[in-house]
Design a protein around this ligand. Structure first.
Ligand code: ADP
Length: 447
């Protein structure tokens, strides 16, 4: 059964059962109250009759008195202690025989007389002869039955009318709940069939769970689409970037095969080029793996570290390997709560770029600010043109003039640095003037 139908059937049925139960209760309470009223009236009449009888002197007048007290559509009978009828007065033939079971111990009995209910009471009285007898009084409940019939029709009518808005509202409720779910299923189906990221149209701004579900679905689709596009672009960029060194290696290998055996110069040139290109490919693959790792749900391990010490550790191997003059300006330790391993990797990327793209000394400094520590890497190299600055953190992006350089470089370093900075909650800013140099600042929050 569809959810819409389930909601509709169950809520309608539940309301119907509740209404019917309530009406049955009302019906029987009303019937009980009507019987009690009739009973009170009959008892009143019986008491009046008893006091009138007590004033009688002869048994002869009793019959006349009983006739005067007989209820409309009723009967009065007097039985002696042996249950033998003494007198029986009745307005309908046979009515006097009704109520034989009633005894003074139970308040009243309800029997049927010719299809109509009859209420009987009984009470002991003293007969004019001085004997204790039982008086039975019976009353046909014609009016009560008529009233109960009217009540029955009223309750059935009320239930029927009440079921109309109940049915309509449960149908509406079913539609309200299932409409967004159906839209969602349709969108997912379309996505599955077309292989695209389909979003829901006409999403309302409401604050209820269903509107939130629709909005969250659209946001999720948007994110999936973006991730997919990024990934696709990454893969196509990566394969494109790997193609260049492979083409170089291939052409030099062919050259070696053709002319390598007779020409030593060619061998040297080809091998140098092959070694440099394979080195570049190795570096690129290592960086791509790094990127794949950091764009996953990398867990940073935050702990207290001294940034001055970290910077010294990052600078040392560069000084040794390239013999470059790298200055560190720091007023003692700078303690922050961050992931030291990643900060070191980030600093290494910035320092390596400064080394690659400049020939003079490199300046680094650490400034302890109120809630963060600023690490600066400054070089006096060729700088980056203003037009390239907005793209400098994009994957594989390289300034035009550097693309042909044989010194290496993959265009991935700064995008890795940016991802690390984002993960650590640090800000990365770059300022550069062509032929003057470049300054990169990293603002690392203390906590
Ligand atoms: P890679 O250095 O491997 O090419 P990066 O992402 O680290 O890749 O840098 C992207 C580009 O930004 C470099 O190719 C270079 O053109 C430019 N660049 C980065 N740092 C500097 C710098 N300190 N001075 C000049 N140009 C730079």
């Amino acid at each position: 059964m569809k959810l819409k139908k389930k909601i509709y059937v169950f809520s309608t049925l539940l309301m119907f059962i509740l209404l019917v139960l309530a009406n049955i209760l009302i019906y029987f309470l009303f019937e009980r109250m009507s019987h009690n009223t009739e009973y009170e009236q009959l008892i009143g009449r019986a008491k009046e009759l008893t006091s009138a009888l007590s004033k009688l002197e002869t048994e002869m007048d009793a019959d006349i008195l009983l006739r005067a007290f007989i209820p409309a559509n009723g009967a009065i009978s007097i039985v002696d202690s042996n249950n033998k009828p003494l007198i029986n007065v009745q307005s309908l033939a046979g009515l006097g025989k009704v109520g034989g079971d009633v005894s003074p111990s139970n308040s009243y009995t309800i029997d049927r007389f010719e299809g109509t209910e009859a209420l009987s009471i009984s009470m002991p009285i003293i007969w004019p002869t001085g004997e204790v007898v039982t008086m039975r009084m019976t009353q046909l409940l014609t009016d009560v039955e008529k009233n109960m019939q009217v009540l029955k029709y009223v309750l059935i009518g009320v239930t029927t009318f009440a079921m109309i808005p109940i049915t309509l509202s449960s149908m509406t409720l079913g539609r309200i709940v299932t409409q967004p779910i159906e839209n969602l299923i349709r969108a997912m189906d379309r996505s599955r069939q077309s292989g695209t990221y389909e979003k829901l149209t006409g999403v309302v701004n409401g604050n209820d769970e269903l509107a939130k579900m629709e909005r969250t679905f659209n946001e999720m689709m948007e994110q999936l689409e973006q991730n997919y596009m990024k990934q696709e672009q990454f893969v196509s960029n990566a394969s494109h970037e790997l193609k260049t060194p492979l083409t170089v290696i291939e052409s030099y290998s062919r050259l070696l095969a053709r002319r390598g055996f007779e020409n030593r110069e060619v061998v040297d040139e080809a091998l140098n080029a092959i070694i440099s290109e394979t080195g570049r490919m190795k570096e690129m693959i290592a960086q791509m793996l790094e990127l794949a790792k950091s764009s996953g749900s990398e867990l940073f391990e935050f702990a207290e570290v001294d940034l001055t010490q970290l910077l010294e550790a990052a600078v040392k191997p560069l000084r040794q390997a390239y013999g470059r003059d790298i200055v560190i300006e720091a007023a003692g330790p700078a303690i922050v709560e961050t992931d030291g391993k990643f900060v070191k990797q980030l600093l290494f990327i910035l320092l390596d770029n400064a080394r690659k793209y400049s020939d003079r000394e490199i300046f680094t400094s650490i400034v302890d600010k109120e809630s963060e520590v600023e690490v600066t890497v400054k070089d006096f190299g060729k700088g980056i043109p203003q037009a390239d600055l907005p793209h400098i953190f994009d994957r594989f992006y390289r300034v035009e003039s550097d693309r042909s350089r044989k010194t290496g470089g993959t265009g991935l370093g700064l995008s890795i640095a940016k991802e690390i900075a984002d993960g650590l909650g640090a800000a990365l800013t770059i300022e550069s003037v062509v032929d003057m140099g470049t300054v990169i600042r990293v603002l690392i929050p203390k906590r």
